[in-house]
Ligand binder design. Structure first.
Ligand code: SF4
Length: 279
């Protein structure tokens, strides 16, 4: 049993069945964040293995080199749910990122690390990849990225051990990408995926809009695709018809609902006890 979180800035706690938030400010200097410590997690894992006789294979460990999004500061993608308080991009120095990675690998004897960053740093990514390549750690690493890396950067990234990435592809319609504030194009995305294939980087793409949006383009198509449920491909069980789309609470899509053709916005039942629609 740990310490209560009551009174810690930025932390939530439950008082008399009510969720309370102690206001806090996002950390501005990432170099001041503590080094990750998973000791308790592994102690508990060992205890559970002894108690149950089961083996829990932990292959990946998370790490963090930045918070916020440098693209979203400039142009918030319309579907993105990051709120304005957390959007400002802050990053650790390259030395700190590298020393933390090396420490995690040697401390926990694992070779797979997963970046919790929302987006890899534009300013430091070359430096980070170059240092990792030189260290030749036999590492397997995951990062989320905008699909804006150059061919040379993709090769460097692969040589550094960043074997899996999640680029925000979202659509292959230039017009829709512009409407989403992605400010990129269909051909740029195709080119990016071809380069990933060439260097055997595993690319787990994300898609906001389904095939109807990809077949043609434009506002009309987006509205049509919203109405025909192409955004919400997994039936969540909460939809009463096929006209349901998912929209993150802080996304511009939500506040622009008349423009995107949506008419009724409801909070999903699993979160309705935590989130008031008016907040
Ligand atoms: S979707 Fe990705 S790139 Fe766009 S604002 Fe959100 S985090 Fe940034």
């Amino acid at each position: 049993m740990g310490e209560p979180t009551q009174g810690i800035p930025g932390a939530t706690d439950v008082v008399d069945g009510e969720l309370r938030l102690t206001p806090g400010r996002p950390l501005s200097d990432m170099n001041k964040s503590p080094r990750p410590d998973f000791d308790d997690f592994f102690i508990e894992k060992d205890r559970l293995e002894r108690a149950t006789g089961r083996v829990f294979n932990i292959e990946w460990l998370p790490f963090e080199s930045s918070r916020g999004c440098w693209w979203g500061e400039h142009k918030h993608c319309l579907f993105c749910g990051i709120n304005d308080d957390l959007m400002r991009f802050r990053e650790k120095d390259t030395d700190r990122v590298i020393s933390e990675l090396v420490w995690l690998l040697s401390r926990y004897k694992l070779l797979k690390l997963c970046a919790a960053d929302w987006i890899i740093s534009r300013r430091k990514r070359r430096e980070i990849f170059t240092r990792l390549k030189e260290l030749d750690l036999d590492l397997e690493c995951f990062y989320e990225t905008r699909a804006d890396l150059t061919k040379e950067e993709i090769l460097l990234m692969q040589q550094a051990g960043v074997t899996t990435i999640q680029p925000g592809i979202e659509s292959f319609s230039t017009e829709l990408l512009m409407l989403m504030n992605k400010n990129t194009s269909r051909i740029r995305h195709v080119q990016f995926l071809r380069w990933c294939k060439e260097y055997e980087s595993i690319s787990r793409t994300t898609s906001s809009l389904g095939s109807p949006a990809s077949r043609s383009s434009g506002t009309t198509t987006w509205r049509r695709s919203c109405r025909t449920s192409s955004i919400c491909s997994r039936r969540c069980g909460t939809c009463t018809s096929s006209r349901c789309i998912a929209s993150a609470r802080s996304s511009r899509r939500r506040s622009s609902s008349p423009w995107t053709g949506t008419s009724s916005v409801r909070t999903m039942p699993p979160t309705s006890h935590q989130v008031s629609l008016t907040r």
